[in-house]
Design a protein around this ligand. Structure first.
Ligand SMILES: [Mn+2]
Length: 313
């Protein structure tokens, strides 16, 4: 039997890294002895992910597209659970485990092992599992965990950061003699690099599609140290949104531009319905397609729940 481990589509650093990390955990803990464990990625990796894998000498998982997944194979989801964020090759009946730190929105026909914790990063949960089983992650895996934590918690500053994320990050940094601030800055720089990206690519840079009570909502987030560079492109970004929404089967679509140094986000919307949702969700006022939503950084904790709530009422 083969067991594939995959993160969400349009992958970010934590999602690709946690597939790699969890593969090592399963092999070392011998949970599925005899099975072939294969970490994969559900899409092209971004610059930040590439830098992290290169820095720690880890091999980037191959694309799920390269494999013929058979009905007898099993699939493990890391860093996501919702059907709208799974790769089309992932069939619900093949899922045997979920390791995640997002809101749960699943429905399976058979029992599934689920490890979900409200921490800042999936890598943190996997690190905890290593500890619980008395095994140690390799240097590469620990390095990726550190990068994933810094990326997902925006340098341990996001509201999603827990003491567990912070202490694991500090432990790994100490063990490998890494300066946290320096590594954080390297990742921030890679994350903010939008050179060569078309408006459509930028509009889909880091998006997720949510199903909020039947309404499909596209939420893209651009985390950057140079928000003005993105805001300069506001009008063209808004213009491509109709096409992007159609492609992703979403009836609403938003782009959030997050200034990761100043800890502030602005929302772009493309019609009056979306404008009303943003104004209600964040008690703000939109002007010409853009609204300041204040010191909010986390899509999971600050942004998506506020939109879901505004849609419900
Ligand atoms: Mn994550």
């Amino acid at each position: 039997m083969k067991i594939y481990i995959t993160g969400h589509t349009n992958p970010d650093l934590d999602t690709v890294a946690s597939a790699y990390e969890y593969a090592e955990f399963l092999k070392k803990s011998k949970r599925y002895e005899g099975a072939e464990i294969i970490p994969v990625r559900s899409g092209e990796i971004n610059k930040e992910t590439l830098i992290a894998f290169e820095k720690f000498g880890a091999k980037v998982p191959e694309s799920i597209e390269e494999f013929d997944i058979e009905a007898s194979d099993a699939i493990i989801l890391v860093d996501h659970n919702e059907e709208s964020q799974r790769h089309p090759k992932v069939k619900g009946e093949q899922v045997i485990e979920i390791v995640d730190h997002h809101k749960i929105n699943v429905n399976f026909n058979s029992p599934v092992r689920i490890d979900v914790k409200p921490v800042g990063c999936t890598g943190t949960i996997i690190h905890e599992l290593f500890n619980m089983y008395g095994i140690k992650p390799s240097k590469e895996t620990a390095g990726l965990m550190l990068c994933g934590i810094l990326s997902d918690t925006v340098g341990l500053k996001s509201g999603t950061t827990t003491g567990m994320d912070s202490s694991i990050a500090h432990d790994i940094a100490k063990e490998q003699n890494i300066e946290l601030e320096k590594l954080t800055f390297e990742l921030f720089k890679a994350k903010s690099d939008i050179t060569g990206m078309s408006p459509t690519q930028l509009a889909k840079k880091d998006f997720k599609v949510f199903d909020f009570g039947g309404t499909k909502v596209f939420i893209n987030q651009i985390e950057t140290v140079e928000p003005e560079k993105v805001i300069e492109m506001k009008d063209v970004l808004i213009k491509v949104m109709d096409e992007v929404k159609a492609e992703e089967n979403a009836s609403q679509g938003y782009i959030f531009i997050t200034d990761i140094l100043k800890v502030n986000s602005q929302a772009l919307y493309s019609n009056e319905v979306e404008k009303a949702v943003i104004e209600k969700a964040f008690t703000t006022q939109g002007i010409n397609g853009i609204a300041d939503i204040g010191p909010k950084m986390s899509r999971k904790k600050d942004i998506a729940p506020a939109i879901e709530k505004a849609l419900q009422s």
